[in-house]
Design a binder for this molecule. Structure first.
Ligand code: SF4
Ligand code: SF4
Length: 210
Protein backbone atom coordinates (compact mmCIF):
# COMPACT_ATOMS: atom_id res chain seq x y z
CA UNK A 1 0.00 0.00 0.00
CA UNK A 2 1.16 3.56 -0.66
CA UNK A 3 -0.25 7.09 -0.73
CA UNK A 4 -1.53 6.80 -4.28
CA UNK A 5 -3.41 3.59 -3.49
CA UNK A 6 -4.96 5.21 -0.40
CA UNK A 7 -6.13 8.13 -2.53
CA UNK A 8 -7.53 5.66 -5.05
CA UNK A 9 -9.47 4.00 -2.21
CA UNK A 10 -11.05 7.36 -1.35
CA UNK A 11 -12.11 7.72 -4.97
CA UNK A 12 -13.62 4.21 -4.91
CA UNK A 13 -15.44 5.01 -1.65
CA UNK A 14 -16.51 8.22 -3.40
CA UNK A 15 -19.01 9.53 -0.83
CA UNK A 16 -16.68 10.68 1.93
CA UNK A 17 -17.01 12.90 4.97
CA UNK A 18 -15.22 16.24 4.53
CA UNK A 19 -14.58 18.20 7.71
CA UNK A 20 -13.60 21.81 8.13
CA UNK A 21 -13.61 24.37 10.94
CA UNK A 22 -16.05 27.27 10.81
CA UNK A 23 -15.26 30.88 11.71
CA UNK A 24 -15.80 30.12 15.42
CA UNK A 25 -13.49 27.10 15.25
CA UNK A 26 -16.37 24.63 15.53
CA UNK A 27 -16.03 21.40 13.52
CA UNK A 28 -18.36 21.00 10.53
CA UNK A 29 -18.77 17.83 8.45
CA UNK A 30 -20.69 16.84 5.36
CA UNK A 31 -20.64 14.06 2.77
CA UNK A 32 -18.97 15.15 -0.47
CA UNK A 33 -18.07 13.16 -3.60
CA UNK A 34 -14.41 12.56 -4.35
CA UNK A 35 -14.64 13.53 -8.02
CA UNK A 36 -11.23 12.58 -9.29
CA UNK A 37 -7.90 11.22 -8.13
CA UNK A 38 -4.97 11.76 -10.39
CA UNK A 39 -1.21 12.08 -9.93
CA UNK A 40 -1.27 11.96 -6.10
CA UNK A 41 -3.97 14.62 -5.93
CA UNK A 42 -7.64 14.45 -4.93
CA UNK A 43 -10.26 16.68 -6.55
CA UNK A 44 -13.68 17.74 -5.33
CA UNK A 45 -16.05 20.64 -5.85
CA UNK A 46 -18.65 22.64 -4.01
CA UNK A 47 -21.02 25.50 -4.77
CA UNK A 48 -20.05 29.09 -4.01
CA UNK A 49 -23.14 29.60 -1.87
CA UNK A 50 -22.43 26.78 0.54
CA UNK A 51 -21.01 27.16 4.04
CA UNK A 52 -18.43 24.54 3.07
CA UNK A 53 -17.11 26.87 0.37
CA UNK A 54 -16.92 29.80 2.77
CA UNK A 55 -15.13 27.70 5.36
CA UNK A 56 -12.58 26.54 2.81
CA UNK A 57 -11.94 30.14 1.79
CA UNK A 58 -11.33 31.07 5.43
CA UNK A 59 -9.33 27.98 6.40
CA UNK A 60 -8.26 25.54 3.67
CA UNK A 61 -7.33 22.72 6.05
CA UNK A 62 -9.66 19.81 5.47
CA UNK A 63 -10.00 16.26 6.80
CA UNK A 64 -11.50 13.58 4.55
CA UNK A 65 -12.68 10.21 5.84
CA UNK A 66 -14.09 7.27 3.91
CA UNK A 67 -15.24 3.76 4.83
CA UNK A 68 -15.82 0.80 2.53
CA UNK A 69 -17.78 -2.44 2.94
CA UNK A 70 -14.62 -4.25 4.11
CA UNK A 71 -14.42 -2.06 7.22
CA UNK A 72 -11.40 -0.27 5.84
CA UNK A 73 -11.16 3.41 6.69
CA UNK A 74 -8.96 5.94 4.92
CA UNK A 75 -8.32 9.29 6.55
CA UNK A 76 -6.70 12.24 4.82
CA UNK A 77 -5.62 15.52 6.34
CA UNK A 78 -4.54 18.16 3.87
CA UNK A 79 -4.93 21.63 2.48
CA UNK A 80 -7.45 22.33 -0.28
CA UNK A 81 -6.60 24.81 -3.02
CA UNK A 82 -9.24 26.35 -5.25
CA UNK A 83 -8.35 25.82 -8.88
CA UNK A 84 -8.22 28.54 -11.48
CA UNK A 85 -9.59 27.68 -14.91
CA UNK A 86 -12.87 26.90 -13.15
CA UNK A 87 -15.00 25.97 -16.19
CA UNK A 88 -12.41 23.58 -17.62
CA UNK A 89 -12.11 21.72 -14.30
CA UNK A 90 -15.87 21.59 -13.72
CA UNK A 91 -16.37 20.22 -17.23
CA UNK A 92 -13.69 17.61 -16.55
CA UNK A 93 -15.33 16.65 -13.24
CA UNK A 94 -18.73 16.29 -14.91
CA UNK A 95 -17.20 14.16 -17.68
CA UNK A 96 -15.76 11.83 -15.03
CA UNK A 97 -18.95 11.87 -12.92
CA UNK A 98 -21.96 12.01 -15.29
CA UNK A 99 -24.51 11.73 -12.47
CA UNK A 100 -23.57 15.30 -11.52
CA UNK A 101 -25.72 16.41 -14.47
CA UNK A 102 -28.81 15.31 -12.54
CA UNK A 103 -27.95 17.62 -9.67
CA UNK A 104 -26.59 20.59 -11.62
CA UNK A 105 -28.09 20.41 -15.16
CA UNK A 106 -26.92 22.63 -17.99
CA UNK A 107 -25.13 25.86 -17.18
CA UNK A 108 -25.97 25.58 -13.47
CA UNK A 109 -22.80 23.50 -13.08
CA UNK A 110 -20.76 26.68 -13.10
CA UNK A 111 -21.97 27.68 -9.65
CA UNK A 112 -19.50 25.00 -8.56
CA UNK A 113 -15.85 25.66 -7.80
CA UNK A 114 -13.16 22.97 -8.17
CA UNK A 115 -10.68 22.20 -5.39
CA UNK A 116 -7.58 20.04 -5.22
CA UNK A 117 -5.67 18.49 -2.32
CA UNK A 118 -2.16 17.72 -3.46
CA UNK A 119 -0.32 17.52 -0.15
CA UNK A 120 -1.25 15.89 3.11
CA UNK A 121 -1.09 12.86 5.34
CA UNK A 122 -3.05 9.64 4.99
CA UNK A 123 -3.92 6.77 7.25
CA UNK A 124 -5.34 3.38 6.36
CA UNK A 125 -7.14 1.70 9.27
CA UNK A 126 -8.36 -1.81 8.53
CA UNK A 127 -10.86 -3.23 11.04
CA UNK A 128 -11.75 -6.09 8.70
CA UNK A 129 -8.70 -8.16 9.64
CA UNK A 130 -7.48 -9.59 12.94
CA UNK A 131 -5.38 -8.12 14.37
CA UNK A 132 -6.37 -4.74 13.01
CA UNK A 133 -3.97 -3.18 10.53
CA UNK A 134 -2.92 0.44 10.10
CA UNK A 135 -0.45 2.26 7.87
CA UNK A 136 0.42 5.92 7.53
CA UNK A 137 1.56 7.80 4.46
CA UNK A 138 2.32 11.31 3.30
CA UNK A 139 2.19 12.89 -0.13
CA UNK A 140 3.10 16.15 -1.80
CA UNK A 141 6.11 16.77 0.43
CA UNK A 142 4.34 16.32 3.78
CA UNK A 143 5.80 14.17 6.56
CA UNK A 144 4.09 11.14 8.10
CA UNK A 145 2.76 11.96 11.57
CA UNK A 146 3.74 9.39 14.13
CA UNK A 147 0.95 8.50 16.56
CA UNK A 148 0.34 5.93 19.24
CA UNK A 149 2.78 4.62 21.82
CA UNK A 150 6.24 3.11 22.14
CA UNK A 151 8.13 1.32 24.90
CA UNK A 152 11.32 2.82 26.26
CA UNK A 153 14.43 1.19 27.73
CA UNK A 154 13.05 1.66 31.24
CA UNK A 155 10.83 -1.40 30.63
CA UNK A 156 11.41 -4.02 33.33
CA UNK A 157 9.85 -6.86 31.33
CA UNK A 158 6.91 -7.56 33.64
CA UNK A 159 4.56 -8.41 30.76
CA UNK A 160 1.57 -6.49 32.15
CA UNK A 161 1.11 -4.50 28.91
CA UNK A 162 1.23 -7.55 26.65
CA UNK A 163 -1.26 -9.49 28.80
CA UNK A 164 -3.79 -6.67 28.65
CA UNK A 165 -3.42 -5.55 25.04
CA UNK A 166 -6.74 -6.11 23.21
CA UNK A 167 -4.95 -6.82 19.91
CA UNK A 168 -2.09 -8.89 21.40
CA UNK A 169 0.33 -6.67 19.49
CA UNK A 170 3.07 -6.32 22.12
CA UNK A 171 6.01 -8.69 21.75
CA UNK A 172 8.26 -9.77 24.64
CA UNK A 173 11.83 -8.50 24.56
CA UNK A 174 14.24 -6.11 26.21
CA UNK A 175 12.42 -3.81 26.07
CA UNK A 176 8.99 -5.12 25.04
CA UNK A 177 7.96 -3.85 21.59
CA UNK A 178 4.63 -2.66 20.18
CA UNK A 179 3.86 -3.82 16.65
CA UNK A 180 2.77 -0.42 15.42
CA UNK A 181 0.92 -1.72 12.37
CA UNK A 182 -1.47 -3.68 14.61
CA UNK A 183 -1.98 -1.14 17.39
CA UNK A 184 -5.38 0.45 18.14
CA UNK A 185 -3.77 3.45 19.92
CA UNK A 186 -6.20 2.68 22.75
CA UNK A 187 -3.66 3.51 25.48
CA UNK A 188 -4.44 0.55 27.73
CA UNK A 189 -0.77 -0.44 27.93
CA UNK A 190 0.20 3.17 28.63
CA UNK A 191 -2.15 3.28 31.62
CA UNK A 192 -1.14 -0.16 32.94
CA UNK A 193 2.66 0.01 32.87
CA UNK A 194 3.84 0.03 36.52
CA UNK A 195 7.05 1.97 35.79
CA UNK A 196 5.85 4.49 33.20
CA UNK A 197 7.99 2.94 30.47
CA UNK A 198 5.42 3.56 27.72
CA UNK A 199 5.35 6.95 26.07
CA UNK A 200 3.21 8.65 23.44
CA UNK A 201 4.88 8.83 20.05
CA UNK A 202 3.52 12.30 19.30
CA UNK A 203 5.22 13.63 22.43
CA UNK A 204 8.52 12.77 20.76
CA UNK A 205 8.04 14.70 17.53
CA UNK A 206 5.49 17.30 18.58
CA UNK A 207 2.75 16.15 16.21
CA UNK A 208 -0.79 16.10 17.57
CA UNK A 209 -2.76 13.02 18.56
CA UNK A 210 -5.58 11.86 16.33
S1 SF4 B 1 4.09 -3.06 31.42
FE1 SF4 B 1 5.81 -1.62 31.22
S2 SF4 B 1 7.51 -2.62 32.29
FE2 SF4 B 1 5.96 -4.20 31.97
S3 SF4 B 1 6.60 -5.20 30.05
FE3 SF4 B 1 5.14 -3.57 29.49
S4 SF4 B 1 6.42 -1.77 29.07
FE4 SF4 B 1 7.70 -3.24 30.17
S1 SF4 C 1 -2.24 1.11 22.63
FE1 SF4 C 1 -3.76 -0.54 22.96
S2 SF4 C 1 -3.62 -1.81 21.10
FE2 SF4 C 1 -1.79 -0.52 21.15
S3 SF4 C 1 -0.23 -1.76 22.13
FE3 SF4 C 1 -1.18 -0.52 23.75
S4 SF4 C 1 -2.84 -1.82 24.56
FE4 SF4 C 1 -2.21 -2.71 22.60
Amino acid sequence: MNAQECLNMLREMRDCVFSTADAEGRPQSRVIDVMLVEGEALYFCTARGKHFYRELEQNPHVAVTGLNDKWQTVRLSGRAERLTDQKRWIDRIFAENPSMNDVYPGESRYILEPFRIRAGTLELFDLGVSPIHRESFAFGGEQVRQKGFFITDTCIGCGTCAAGCPQRCIDAGTPYVIRQENCLHCGRCFEACPVGAIRRLEAEDGSPAG
